[in-house]
Design a protein around this ligand. Sequence first.
Ligand SMILES: *Cc1c(COP(=O)(O)O)cnc(C)c1O
Length: 401
Amino acid sequence: MTDFITSLIHHPYKPPSGFAAPQPGVFKASTVFFPNVAAMREFDWKDKTAYTYGLHGTPTTYILEERLCTLEGGAQCLLVPSGLAAIATVSLALLKTGDEVLIPDNAYGPSKALAAGELIDWGITHRYFDPMSPADLATKITPKTKLVWLEAAGSVTLEFPDLCEQVRICKRAGVLCALDNTWGAGLAFKPFDLLPGAQPALAVDISVHALTKYPSGGGDVLMGSVITVDERLHMVLKLCHMRMGIGVGANDAETVLRSLPSMPLRYRAHDETTRVLAQWSAQRSEFAQVLHPALPNSPGHVHWQKLCDGGVGSAAGLFSVIFKPEFTQTQVDAFCNALKLFKIGYSWGGPISLVVPYELSTMRQHWPNYIRQGILVRFSIGLESAQDLQADLLQALSALA
Ligand SMILES: *Cc1c(COP(=O)(O)O)cnc(C)c1O
């Protein structure tokens, strides 16, 4: 097999003997029986060739972990009950009193809230860096810095950082870097092989993924993963994960397993439609700016093009617009309410298109100079036809008047 898309489908799944079927089974357990007391004493819960307790893994969760490693190009995987839980697990496992964590100013909001709400009380400080300035990241790393979060593209504003340079800066400083890879999803670029062919590979240390989004694909499952390539680092995370009692339900794991084989096709379809609508929006007079990494004047476009190669299937399904400053919040809210196919709701990655108005001024330390002033609305594009979605946007724009 040369293409990992095929390997997501023809995966080395071993069905129970005598029962060959396309999908792995749903194995549920808290208790797992041992053949005798000696086995109970001997089996190591960390060893995936043995089963010791439901929370430590079942055939269903082991298969999902393996497939997610295939998807992202990693070697070890932990499953957690949400994308945010993946972020929290990494921070709790790696940070101690006196440490500092650096977070990009455009990071997923609740990740910032965790730092400001919990980490601070445990004596762990945080600072925000400008995602578009590698120099700013470099100057903020100090001997206290133990973890750097990265995200490409940024949540809500979709600016694309120079991820390779950010990772190089962390490596040079000897600081661990963790990427929130929900947007790229293992499809737009490879987090553990950012410069294909480079020896040694240019890699993030940890990739977290909100499986809630594209891997689920249905808007009906909450789950997250923490993927690594270094066994020692994985063990640090795994011990913390175990002690905190974190696990996922078998039915949810099975739902994600069911969705994974079609994920590259869905991702490509989301991407294709999103480009059509982002380009159309860029021609509209109502908007001061359209944020989508494949648009040539979107912030960080060149970084996206270099890392993701620019081809269809490499830009996910999100774009944001900045309304011209003459439009009031009431008018923009009326636009959102007038949409029919687009539903008002958080998250993304499912078949139904979604819209959210955001208050950027409350989400950032500074309004970035590369983003025009005005009210921001983010669209998450589902699997509906581009024509129908465009017609919906057009009719809703008349509600601005
Ligand atoms: C949705 C999302 C998360 C959190 O995922 P949940 O499963 O909803 O907790 C984290 N990071 C990014 C970039 C996301 O979009």
